[in-house]
Design a protein around this ligand. Structure first.
Ligand SMILES: C[S@@+](CC[C@H](N)C(=O)[O-])C[C@H]1O[C@@H](n2cnc3c(N)ncnc32)[C@H](O)[C@@H]1O
Length: 248
């Protein structure tokens, strides 16, 4: 596992994402995809500062384990747990090399696949996620929207994010992201073409791959108006998927 990552520079700033328009829609769309979590166990891979781990616990999950390779992101997550204990455990693992940590009802991977830049590693991370699911359990994935039209990029800054596409490395496009927090921060990642996630899930024995339409909470729709949200609703920068591990 690398000693540091680009996220060690970001840490606490990442917490501001949830207040930006794209973060509000991302969270609502993720929540539309999660099953009833009451009494379920959840593994959150690439948990970052623990935003979703806390949401899953507050939604009733009986056990939540968050893992991430970035020490600084984990430090923010652990500090939040210390301030307001919810019983969430955080451990340092990389999704590419993590062992089987248990059999969880839900495994979430909210953005870590966007940091994988070669196909073998992509398939390996999806296989590692699948291996941590109970038979019949649900994988929840957020990746960059594989179908986002490049003509939409100019509209994204109003949602709190600027996307700078770079060159292709094999199948995937390297992308720099600027998040309009205060102060702004940047990181880079990879966008994969449509169909790759589905193929990778099939190779890992996952079925029922399903994509969810973007959701904007009613109060936010009312506050800013439907014209403001139109592009995000039609072609957002994120895509939320679920898949199921076969019963065996
Ligand atoms: C955009 S942040 C999202 C954090 C969190 N999931 C959220 O949505 O609030 C991406 C996270 O993926 C983590 N990450 C990057 N490469 C990873 C890998 N190989 N395995 C697991 N996590 C990884 C980063 O450290 C970072 O915390």
């Amino acid at each position: 596992m690398p000693e540091t990552s680009q996220y060690d520079e970001i840490g606490e700033l990442y917490e501001q994402v949830g207040d930006l328009p794209f973060g509000i829609a991302e969270r609502a769309t993720v929540l539309s995809a999660v099953p009833d979590l009451r009494d379920r166990t959840v593994l959150d891979v690439g948990c970052g500062t623990g935003t979703y781990a806390r949401l899953f616990r507050r939604a009733g999950a009986r056990q939540v384990l968050g893992v991430d390779p970035a020490r600084e992101m984990l430090a923010v997550a652990r500090a939040a747990e210390e301030r307001e204990p919810l019983g969430i455990a955080y451990e340092r693992y990389d999704g590419l090399t993590m062992p089987k940590l248990g059999e969880f009802d839900v495994v979430a991977a909210i953005w870590p696949l966007s940091h994988v830049g070669d196909r073998d590693s992509y398939d390996r991370m999806v296989a590692n996620l699948a291996e941590n699911l109970v038979p019949g359990g649900q994988l929840l994935i957020v990746v960059p929207n594989p179908d986002a039209g490049s003509d939409r990029l100019d509209d994204y800054p109003r949602y709190g994010m600027t996307v700078f596409p770079g060159g292709y490395t094999g199948e995937c496009v390297e992308t720099r992201i600027r998040v309009h927090s205060d102060p702004p921060f940047e990181f880079s990642g990879f966008g994969w073409p449509s169909g790759v996630l589905e193929e990778s899930c099939a190779a890992a024995g996952l079925t029922e791959v399903r994509r969810y339409p973007t959701v904007v909470p009613e109060p936010d729709l009312a506050e800013r108006g439907s014209e403001f949200w139109a592009v995000l609703l039609e072609s957002s920068m994120f895509a939320v998927f679920t898949a199921r591990r076969g019963e065996n």
